[in-house]
Design a protein around this ligand. Sequence first.
Ligand SMILES: C[S@@+](CC[C@H](N)C(=O)[O-])C[C@H]1O[C@@H](n2cnc3c(N)ncnc32)[C@H](O)[C@@H]1O
Length: 251
Amino acid sequence: MLFFFVKCCLAPRTGPIPRVHVGNPATVLPGRFEKAPGVKGRAMQNQRTEWTESAPQYSGDSLEIKGYQVMQRWEDGYMHRLAEVVTSRGGHVLELGFGMGISAGFIQASPHISSHFVIECHPEVSAMAATRFRQELARGRMILINAFWEDVVSKFRDASFDGILFDTCPLDREVEFFHFLPFFEAAGRLLKPHGVFSYFSDEPREISADHRAALQRAGFKKIGFELYDVSPPAECRYWRHDTIVVPIVKK
Ligand SMILES: C[S@@+](CC[C@H](N)C(=O)[O-])C[C@H]1O[C@@H](n2cnc3c(N)ncnc32)[C@H](O)[C@@H]1O
């Protein structure tokens, strides 16, 4: 059944899926910008290369890449809540960005889901995921794709997922996040009609009018949220607030 779903979901829209490594994170996708190397494309490719060639620094409580704070343990409870939201419909869940695997662990712990696709661009982070979730990968309960989401989400069929969690990070800066806005359109396409989408929001109190408008343009009509209380430590550079939004976004 799962094999059937994976096959249907990933069935190529225009041809075979090139260079996507499912369950084998040893290789990095060169990326679609190689094919059209305009100035922007080359700059983007350089950013990607710098990112994937920087060794991740895991301390147990945090993850840094390129010297940027990427993920920290104080986000545990928040990640738990995001995972609860995106697994609330059961079924097939798509997650973008593995990081420390905190949300991935909570998603895997859900008794309701039947599959969990993870897209992670960094080869060493993907290797960590492959080690930690070896059994889940072997059982097909997790499907790991070592790639930039921008290169592979077009390969999924429309309405493939019951839940989607987006938590990647900018590759070129540490504290401003708007990188999720370009994903909204794909989220609208990939989510089933009854599904739920959530993301690390970068908003401390509410979903702003701009973000609401972008979600509406992507086809979402029920745009709700909860506030989650957090206590980031003083050394955290990317979050200074005591609450954070948990988006609960539906069609
Ligand atoms: C904030 S962390 C994810 C944290 C995760 N939710 C957790 O609970 O640990 C962001 C991750 O997204 C990955 N990433 C950044 N840009 C990406 C992209 N365009 N496609 C796929 N992964 C990306 C980074 O390598 C990093 O591992």
